[in-house]
Design a protein around this ligand. Structure first.
Ligand code: S3P
Length: 441
């Protein structure tokens, strides 16, 4: 098992790009596979999760080529997938499992999806319930509302569903099944979760709309579709990956980093708001958009950070960045409260527990709560102290925990060791390469 040793640094410098957005990469393979024609994808994320999605669709007869950094998906059309011979291996990827279940529910063949230990213990009842309501023949094989899941042919009809959680994975599963249903399908969520599925479906020719309600909730609606049409997709850098370097640039003394071509979709950009709220010196440059997905270069300079409150509708827009925010909070001045984030418990690990374990090992003052955490930052106004102490930190095989604590190690006194650091492969295989690139020789 790999261990990375990180030591304190000052003066981070450089211009970097981060890999393509994970959520958009998954969706490009899924929609490209069930579209007519060829979908050409640039800046695809070569992470293990997205490779799981590619492997699953190849198992269902889709030809997916990789040439000079471009992914070519030769779509089979909405009804052209073929029955997989074996159980589909979804690895560590919740996105693959939940989104693909919506597509599989509409097929005329039986399929099984299974993943690793973490994946097979994550809640799938949240997609099983609405899909069954639509007429899908989906079940948890062990009867525990987790994968392995078995999906048999069923006749789907549209529903109007109220999701108890703001989850893009639940929303996407239902919308994708809605493509194959009789009648219209609507899903209302308590606040708007990432909308990459809606944007990409629209650009592939599906009739999707979103209605915003005065109470902050949002309804996505889709009508059944005869066919989708493949297209070119240029994926922006993943803001969830950029977040580690934005945090590093802000936390480490005498730093200035430019992160090029980062996706800034407002349903994902909560981290930028929190950075500003904490006092980060952060500027967006060269703003543009493609395929409905906005992007920009992000300039970040060393900043004096203060504590903040992260709660409510903001949570779904930064859910994957909370481990990084917690590390920043520990190095900031004053208290940070993170609440309304019980979803942290059902990610690749229970991130309330794994963040608490890591930050406590590094000497931070953190109190876990039922829906988040409270952190008493130990950063002094003049940056004269060491808010964290180097330690042996367990990643628990969670990529976001490994990367957040690698950044913590840059700010800590002494040496930090990240256990099982290879798990960064899930979303950012060259994370440590980029880190080396910005560290002074
Ligand atoms: C994702 C949605 C989020 C996020 C995950 C990717 C997606 O999960 O945490 O990493 O691509 O739809 P939920 O929508 O379940 O919160």
């Amino acid at each position: 098992m790999s261990v990375k040793t990180i030591t304190k640094k000052t003066g981070l410098r450089g211009e970097i790009t981060v890999p393509g957005d994970k959520s958009i990469s998954h969706r490009s393979i899924m929609l490209g596979s069930i579209a007519l024609g060829t979908t050409e994808v640039t800046h695809f994320l070569n992470g293990a999760d997205c490779l799981s999605t590619i492997a699953c669709f190849r198992e269902m007869g889709v030809e997916i080529e990789r040439k000079n950094g471009v992914v070519l998906i030769h779509g089979k059309g909405m009804r052209g997938l073929s029955a997989p011979e074996n159980a589909l291996n979804v690895g560590n990827s919740g996105t693959t499992t939940r989104l693909m279940s919506g597509i599989l529910a509409g097929q005329q063949f039986t399929s099984v999806m299974s993943g690793d230990t973490s994946l097979n213990s994550r809640p799938m009842g949240r997609i099983i319930a609405p899909l069954q309501e639509m007429g899908a023949n989906i079940k948890s094989i062990n009867g525990n509302n987790c994968a392995p899941l078995q999906i048999k042919p069923g006749i789907l009809h549209g529903i109007s569903y109220r999701s108890p959680v703001a989850s893009a994975q639940v929303k996407s599963a239902v919308l994708l099944a809605g493509l194959y249903a009789e009648g219209d399908t609507a899903l209302r969520e308590p606040s708007l979760s990432r909308n990459h599925t809606e944007l990409m479906l629209l650009s592939f020719g599906a009739p999707v709309t979103t209605v915003f309600h005065t109470d902050g909730s949002a309804t996505a609606e889709i009508s059944p579709c005869r066919e989708l049409y493949g297209r070119q997709i240029c994926i922006p850098g993943d803001i969830s990956s950029a977040a580690y370097f934005i945090a590093a640039g802000a936390l480490i003394p005498n730093s200035e980093l430019l992160i090029k071509n980062v996706g800034t979709n407002m349903t994902r950009a909560g981290f930028l708001k929190v950075c500003k709220e904490m006092g980060a010196d952060l500027t967006l440059l060269n703003q543009s958009a493609a395929g409905g997905e906005p992007r920009a270069d992000i300039l970040i300079r060393t900043s004096r950070l203060k504590g903040t409150t992260v709660a409510g509708d903001l949570i779904p827009t930064l859910i994957d960045e909370i481990p990084m925010i917690a590390v920043m909070a520990a190095c900031a001045e004053g208290r940070t409260v993170i609440k309304d984030a019980a979803e942290l418990k059902v990610k690749e690990t229970n991130r309330i527990d794994t963040v608490t374990a890591g930050l406590r090992a590094m000497g931070a003052d953190i109190t876990p709560t039922d829906d988040g955490m409270i952190i008493e930052g130990k950063g002094a106004p003049d940056n004269s102290n060491f808010p964290l102490t180097g330690a042996d930190v367990r990643s628990f095989l969670d990529h976001r925990i490994a990367m957040s604590f690698a950044i913590a190690g840059l700010a800590a006194k002494g040496e930090t060791k990240i256990q099982d650091s290879q798990c960064v492969d899930i979303s950012y295989p060259d994370f440590f390469g980029t880190l080396n690139q910005i560290c002074p020789a």
